[in-house]
Ligand binder design. Structure first.
Ligand code: MG
Ligand code: ZN
Length: 218
């Protein structure tokens, strides 16, 4: 089945962020109607979003019917990685756009049948800045930082962390080499948002992924 039509006419002078917010709200309603839980995964290029999604899919694919939307500038490398696990993947090539928005997600939703899935995982474009301003209509937002990005990724992007429900601190195995204190990053995330849930992971081995699943209430 095609998703319900969710395009709003954009009249000149209408605020882009406001339009996005309305579309995100429609996405959320549509997903809820079909009992689909949706998660938006944000984070810089190389933070480990795709690896984490692979591990989430492996851990959850027997419990939920899963679809993955993959925001990417031009390639389908990640989609192929995730597709190997036998779930439906829709690549959203964004061209020059450095974030997904609610409209492109609505378009992608039209390409899957919502009654055939229970869980939708959306990998946003690798970028810690503007995705924060564009909610997609997901129930939860996750932000992934890795210790290899240094000790300031959290404090430098407070707005992104404010919009997230769960923070993942990834590549924990490299923390010592990088001289980055994961406890410190955790504290910083909770300073920005007191009810933030935090999971410390190694997405390559799957360590901490159970913690993330618990944080996501899945
Ligand atoms: Mg990726
Ligand atoms: Zn952007």
């Amino acid at each position: 089945m095609k998703g319900e039509e969710v395009t709003l006419e954009i009249e000149s002078g209408m605020d882009v962020l406001e339009v996005n917010k309305q579309l995100a709200h429609k996405n959320m309603e549509l997903l809820r109607e079909h009992n689909v839980k949706a998660i938006d995964i944000m984070g810089s290029i190389g933070a480990g979003k795709t690896s984490l999604i692979e591990k989430l899919v492996q851990a959850l694919k027997h419990k939920y019917r899963i679809a993955v939307f993959k925001g990417d500038l031009t390639t389908t490398i990640d989609a192929e990685r995730i597709g190997r696990h036998g779930v439906k993947v829709v690549t959203i090539n964004t061209g020059l756009e450095c974030h997904l928005d609610a409209n492109v997600v609505a378009r992608a939703v039209e390409r899957i049948s919502l009654q055939d899935i229970d869980l939708l995982i959306i990998e946003n474009v690798g970028n810690l800045i503007c995705p924060a301003e564009f909610p997609l209509g997901t129930e939860k937002r996750v932000v992934v930082v890795s210790v290899t990005e240094g000790p300031y990724m959290v404090v430098k992007h407070p707005f992104t962390f404010m919009t997230a429900d769960v923070t993942v601190i990834n590549k924990k195995d490299l923390a010592e080499i990088m001289k980055v204190d994961t406890e410190q990053l955790k504290k910083q995330a909770k300073n920005i948002k007191p009810n933030m849930k935090v999971a410390v992971t190694n997405a390559l081995t799957g360590e901490g992924v159970e913690e993330l699943i618990k944080a996501l209430e899945l």
